[in-house]
Structures are given as structure tokens and as C-alpha cells.
Design a protein around this ligand. Structure first.
Ligand code: ZN
Length: 318
């Protein structure tokens, strides 16, 4: 299991040691220790197809999950309107709209739409939101803007897959671009864009400060970090994205420097949303979404997966 260290004391382990080891295992069986590689590996498209609607979830004072059983969408509330992160797919964007209303907010109050990365399941509903939320400006990195403007057709993964029509979406021209470490301010909220390319060129990790229980925390919305395998995303000799490997390296290095308390991503399974909702219901003293270990495991998991793919590609070239 991820996050648990192996007991290497072997046969010499005394009864007392066993008790200590067992106790420490029990104590470490917290949320993040239960993150497993299988749960994080949510590239499985079946997850997307089998989705159901979900009630809106208040993660923190000014952060809501308005996504579905699996794919996420976040609403950030400010003193001057709303920021929406990710619309989810063409098929499911209407659910996000319903969820925003159920949470007590109006689509007209959305001032900005930002995103994690422009794959269809996260951004396919953008054109619908442009119509339904007329006051919203779409702000993305330049890399993301180019993919969105092509409706996904210029995405290297779609180009490599050939018959990728299912992953296309209605093209949208963004209203503005944001650079690495630049700020997006709305009312009392400042969000910082960290370009963490590799999964897509221009994938964006967003950070913001969050007040919870009278204390200030750092929230990190991860941008998508998986290496997509040699077929869909080669790391060496990728003519469509030659700097892919350098970008992944830079992203892992940068993400490790971030202060992360609230660990958020656009996948319920990745952040163990169900478990955290249950803990919150049970009246957990600490907000269960404060999960720095989850952040660390997320980065470590995808880095090790990336390194494995890189080694396999290098071996195949010999
Ligand atoms: Zn993706």
C-alpha cells in the first residue's frame, strides 16, 4: 500500500516491536496512507462513462466541488463574483450548471473560467458555459489556449491516436492568457497559475490561500500530471511535443517546492473525495481536505510512473 514503509526487522522483531509497528501502522492508516497507485491511475475512460451526478460539496469556506461522481469542477467564491475551474465534458457540463445553482450560486456571477488542462472530460463543456455564463472570461495559459482554439485537434495525444474524434470538443477562443506564476485576482481571492506542462503543454496547477477554522492554508489544484504511455505520449522522439520530457522534469521539480495543505484535483478518486465527505459528515475536527500527504503522494506517484516509462523507452532504443 502506498505510504506505508516495509517492516525490515524480519525474524528478529520482538513482541514489543510488533506492537510498536502495529500501532504505528494503525496511526498511519489515515486518509493519505490509503491512496493507492490504482486509485490515482484514473486515466481509465470507463470512469468517465460511468459517471453520476453528485451533490455540491463545500470543501472550504470559499471552495466548492461542483463536479460529478468522478470528474471534478471547482467553484471558488470571492467578494466580487465566482471563478469556475474546469467545466467537465460536453455531455456533463449541464450537471455542473445544476450543481452551481444547487449550491446557491448564479451562473451570471461567474467572472472567470480557468482550467487544469484541456482534455475533453475537463474542458469539453466550455462552449456551453460561454453561453450560459455570459459574464465569464475564459483565462488560460497560451499552451492551453491553442488546444482549446482547435477543439482538441492540436492536442498531441489526439493527433497520435488518429481516430480521436471522441475526444474533440467545440472550439473556443479564450478571452485572455496567463503566464507562469502570474496572478488572477477577483475580489478578495488571488489565484496563482503555475505552468506544469507535460501531460499537456500548458497544463496549469493553481494555488490560492484559504481560511479554515481561523487559520490560513495553501490550496493546490493540481493540473494533470500523468505520462500517457508510449503509444499516446512518448517521452523520447515525440515530434509533436519535443520538449515533453524536459517539461515533465520541470513540473515535478516545481511542484515539490509548493506549500500544499488543501490537496485538490479534477478527479474524485485521486483526492479520495468520497472518504473525505464521509469524514466531514462524521464531524472530523480537522477539515479532511487538508491533506499535504495526498499532495506528496500524487506528485511521487506520477513521477515514478513517468520515470518508468522513460526507462522503458530508453531500453527499447538500445
Ligand atoms: Zn488529461
Amino acid at each position: 500500500m502506498y505510504g506505508l514503509t516495509k517492516n525490515t526487522t524480519g525474524s528478529k522483531t520482538s513482541g514489543l516491536m510488533w506492537i510498536i509497528v502495529t500501532l504505528s501502522l494503525l496511526l498511519s492508516t489515515n486518509l493519505s496512507a490509503q491512496l493507492t497507485p490504482e486509485r490515482l491511475d484514473s486515466s481509465n475512460r470507463a470512469n468517465n462513462d460511468a459517471q453520476t451526478q453528485r451533490e455540491p460539496v463545500q470543501i472550504a469556506n470559499n471552495i466548492w466541488w461542483v463536479g460529478h461522481s468522478e470528474v471534478g469542477s471547482y467553484l471558488i467564491t470571492t467578494s466580487d463574483g465566482l471563478i469556475l475551474m474546469d467545466t467537465t465534458s460536453t455531455e456533463h457540463a449541464p450537471w455542473v450548471m445544476e450543481s452551481i445553482k444547487k449550491a446557491g450560486f448564479k451562473l451570471e456571477d461567474i467572472k472567470y473560467i480557468i482550467n487544469s488542462h484541456p482534455h475533453e472530460e475537463h474542458i469539453g463543456g466550455l462552449a456551453q458555459f460561454k453561453k450560459a455564463a455570459p459574464n465569464a472570461k475564459v483565462i488560460t495559459t497560451a499552451g492551453t489556449a491553442a488546444i482549446i482554439a482547435s477543439g482538441g485537434k492540436s492536442d498531441f495525444r489526439n493527433m497520435l491516436e488518429g481516430d480521436a474524434g471522441a475526444d474533440y470538443f467545440e472550439a473556443v477562443k479564450v478571452d485572455g492568457t496567463i503566464g507562469n506564476l502570474e496572478e488572477l485576482k477577483l475580489g478578495d481571492v488571488t489565484m496563482v497559475a503555475h505552468i506544469t506542462s507535460g501531460h499537456t503543454p500548458g497544463a496549469t496547477t493553481w494555488t490560492m490561500k484559504v481560511m479554515d477554522g481561523g487559520k490560513e492554508y495553501n490550496a493546490v489544484f493540481m493540473g494533470g500530471l500523468s505520462a500517457s504511455g508510449v503509444e499516446r505520449g512518448p517521452l523520447l522522439k515525440n515530434e509533436l511535443y519535443p520538449e515533453i520530457s524536459d517539461d515533465f522534469e520541470a513540473s515535478f521539480a516545481h511542484l515539490k517546492t509548493l506549500q500544499c495543505d488543501f490537496y485538490l484535483y479534477a478527479r474524485a478518486s485521486s483526492i479520495e473525495l468520497d472518504k473525505k465527505i464521509e469524514l466531514k459528515k462524521q464531524g472530523s475536527a480537522i477539515n479532511p481536505f487538508i491533506d499535504p500527504e495526498g499532495c506528496k503522494h500524487y506528485i511521487d506517484f506520477y513521477e515514478s510512473r513517468y520515470r518508468k516509462q522513460l526507462e522503458e523507452e530508453k531500453a527499447a532504443q538500445k
